[in-house]
Design a protein around this ligand. Sequence first.
Ligand code: GDP
Length: 340
Amino acid sequence: MPDPYNVDDLLGGILEGSRPHVARAITLVESKLPAHRERARELLKRLAARDQHNTIRLGISGVPGAGKSTFTDALGVRLVDDGHKVGVLAVDPSSSRTGGSILGDRTRMANLASRENAYIRPSPSGNHLGGVARATRESMLVLEGAGFDVIIVETVGVGQSEVAVSGMVDTFLLLGLARAGDQLQGIKRGILEMVDLIGINKADGDGEGPARVAAREMRIAMKLISSATEDRIPEVIPCSAYTGLGLDELWQAVLRHREGLEKSGGIGERRAQQQVDWLWSMADEEVRSSLRSSPAVGAIRADLEQQIATGHLSALEGVGQVLDAWRSDVVDGHAGQLRL
Ligand code: GDP
C-alpha cells in the first residue's frame, strides 16, 4: 500500500488543489504521533516557503446560538460565487468532551459544503487548547497552499480560544445578538479588545428593529471602551444570515480593515509578529505541561501544599522546592513528553 503521508506526494497534490491531498495533509498535521509530527514539519516548511500574504484570514466568534455556522454558510457561499476559494476551520477545544464540534454537523453549512470551491473542516479533537490551536494554524497553511484565499476560523465565544484565534487571523469578527441590555455583559471585555468588527445578527423579521437598536448601543459602547488615542474603533453592522442583509457590508468592512493593516506595517509584519507570539505561547505551554506532569513535583506536592497552607513554610520557600524537584526531572528526562 502506498504511503499516505509521503511529503512529496502531499505537497504536489496540495499545490494542485487536490481535495483528497488536502484532507490527508490536514489529518497529518492534526496527528500527535512523533513520526507524523516530523513529516508535518517538513511539509509545513515547504509550504511556508511560498508567499501567502494575499490570503484573507478571518476569525469569527460569538456565543453558541449567535448564528456563526449559518452566517459562515451564507457569507461563504457569497464569496465562492464571487470567485473566492473558501476554507472553514474551527477552534473548539471542548469538542472532544461534547463528542462533536461546533462544525461537526455539516448539515449546518449544507450550502457551502456542497460547493466545489469550499472546504469545511471540523475542529480537531484534542483536550487542550494549545494542540487544537496548533492543528488549526497548520491546517490554514495547507489550505492556503491549495489556493484557498479566504480562511474563516470559527471559535465558540467563551474565552481562551478567542485569544488563540485572534493570534492567527488578520481580522476578528464578533457576532452578537440584539438581546437588549446584556450585549456587553455576556462578552468578556478581553474579547471585545481583540475584536476588529462586530455584526449584530438575526436582523430579520421582528428582529430587525432590535438589532438596529443594539447596533447603535454597541457603537456607543465601543467608543467608550476604546481608548481615545485608538484610531480604529470596530465598526458595528446589523446583519442577517437568513436574508443576507449586511453581509456585503460586513465583507467590505473586512476589506477596509485589511487595507488599514496594509497601511500600518503590512499584513506580513502582523503575521510575522503572530509567529513570534506563537513561539512563546507554545514554549510557555510546554513548560507548564512539563511542570504539571513531573513525577518529582507530584511526589512533594501534597506535603508542600499542606506545609504552606498551615504556615510552616512560605510560598517563596516552597517555590524553590518545586523548581528543584522539576529541574531534577528535566535533567533525568522524566519531565513529560512534548505534547505539541
Ligand atoms: P452557532 O451556534 O453560533 O453556530 O449558531 P447557529 O448557526 O447554529 O444558529 C443558531 C440558531 O439561530 C439556528 O436555529 C439558526 O437557524 C438561527 N439563526 C442563525 N442565523 C440567523 C439569522 O440571521 N436570523 C434568524 N432569525 N435566525 C438565525
